[in-house]
Design a protein around this ligand. Structure first.
Ligand code: PMP
Length: 419
């Protein structure tokens, strides 16, 4: 049975029994500023008293307009056209609709295959899941995902989770560039691969190929966006601007449902009409209340230069996790960027007979919340992704609790071949 939450503050969550949990995974890797941030909640209270709701086709709102300006200012390149919705999955659906509609408008309806990575995760709604290389979450849903039969995925090379430039080139060749609507990629993997970063040269080559073959490059920055990787956006590590960028967790930071799609001038021109009227949308999209929360979050990120803090804190976290890897046989590797980190969990039963869920449970018993990731036994991992604002002392405490959890699974011992 799940514990009943009582209250939460900073990096700590408390249940009704009075037990304390250090949030080592920021909820679902979205509570980027920690819990109960007065600079955000006070602005939400103000907005509640002013107007919670206005329908997106009838009104704009001050917080939404200011949030849009801020996102455009922060985003790379000319990603100036912004549409809102409520969740990362919905924003991915919008990106998929946009790619499809643009090609249809240009009399290229056959350009409809979306190429994504395996493993990857882009959301639980049908289109987003159809485009996700996540066998576990797709299980038994094939009838619902039937329209996505044409989706191709780059399979990981044996023993490697990273699809390289040549894997992508081969997949694009196989599908035929004329049939390719979009390539969608997480600049740093999330729940599926467990924080495996995409190599910058791969992103740069995909940018070239997208221009050459007129498919859209969609960056799924639902998890990596707005500071998580130690930069404002994951794409910045490769210095590229995608055609479409999708944001989610990072904008809402857990305060209110809000997600966004940002599109370039080229995409907006090809759409030929305002994106909102082309894409249609959702009842609760970009409400004044959600926008007020999102605006307060992004202003906080900017005022405190949270991405830079995340870069530094991420280095400290990385050192701590490497130290644990030296001592615990369960961990196969430490990976990730900034504060989007994961521990690979050995699938070899002689080293560890359990699964990543056992580690998550052992951590919970030690008062530490972690996020299980990985799509199959061979790819087991656990994400360690605390709030971006975590202090070194809080990260040290995280490592102490994680050490105890790992000791619960198997007594600490030096690993001979920790290469
Ligand atoms: N894309 C990525 C990269 C994600 O990590 C997630 C959520 N884990 C989603 C999309 C879906 O977002 P949501 O859960 O808000 O629908």
């Amino acid at each position: 049975m799940l514990p009943v939450v009582s209250h939460a503050t900073g990096v700590y969550v408390y249940d009704q029994e009075g037990l304390e949990y250090l949030d080592g995974c920021s909820g679902a890797i979205n509570v980027n500023l920690g819990h109960s941030v007065p600079e955000v909640t006070s602005r939400m209270h103000e907005q509640i008293d002013r107007a919670c709701y206005a329908y997106r086709t009838q009104f704009r709102s001050q917080p939404l307009m200011r949030l849009t300006e801020l996102l455009v200012e922060l985003a790379p390149g000319d990603l100036k056209h912004v549409e809102y919705c409520n969740s990362g999955s919905e924003a991915i659906e919008m990106a998929l609709r946009l790619a499809t509609l643009i090609h249809a408008r240009a009399y290229r309806p056959f350009k409809c295959t979306v190429l994504t990575e395996e493993p990857s995760y882009h959301g639980m709604t049908a289109g987003a899941l159809g485009a996700s290389g996540h066998p576990l979450r797709r299980q038994n849903l094939t009838p619902l995902l039937a329209n996505q039969a044409t989706v191709s995925r780059v399979r990981p090379k044996h023993g490697s989770l990273r699809a390289g430039v040549h894997d992508w080139e081969a997949a694009i060749e196989r599908i035929g560039p004329a049939n390719l609507s979009a390539v969608m990629i997480e600049p740093v993997g999330g729940a599926s691969s467990g924080a495996v970063p995409t190599a910058p040269e791969t992103l740069r080559r995909l940018r070239e190929l997208a221009d050459q073959h007129q498919f859209l490059l969609i960056a799924d920055e639902v998890m990596s966006g707005l500071g998580r990787t130690g930069r404002w956006f994951g794409c910045e590590h490769a210095g590229i601007t995608p055609d479409v960028m999708v944001l989610g967790k990072g904008i809402s930071a857990g305060f209110a449902p809000i997600a966004a799609l940002l599109a370039s001038d080229k995409v907006a021109d090809a759409a030929g009409q305002p994106l909102g009227t082309l894409l249609f949308g959702h009842t609760m999209a970009g409400t004044p209340l959600s926008a007020a929360a999102g605006l307060a979050v992004v202003e906080y990120l900017k005022a405190h230069d949270v991405p830079a803090h995340a870069a530094e804190a991420g280095e400290h976290l990385h050192e701590l996790l490497q130290g644990l890897r030296q001592r615990h046989r369960v961990i196969s590797d430490v990976r990730g960027v900034g504060m989007q980190m994961a521990l690979g969990v050995h699938s070899d039963a002689s080293r560890f007979p359990g699964t990543s869920l056992d580690l998550v449970e052992a951590a919970r018993r030690e008062g530490l919340l972690l996020y299980p990731s990985g799509v199959s036994p061979a790819l087991e991992s656990v994400m360690v992704a605390p709030p971006l604002v975590s202090t070194d002392t809080e990260l040290d405490e995280l490592a102490v609790r994680l050490d105890r959890a790992l000791t619960r699974l198997s007594p600490a011992a030096p690993v001979a071949d920790a290469s």
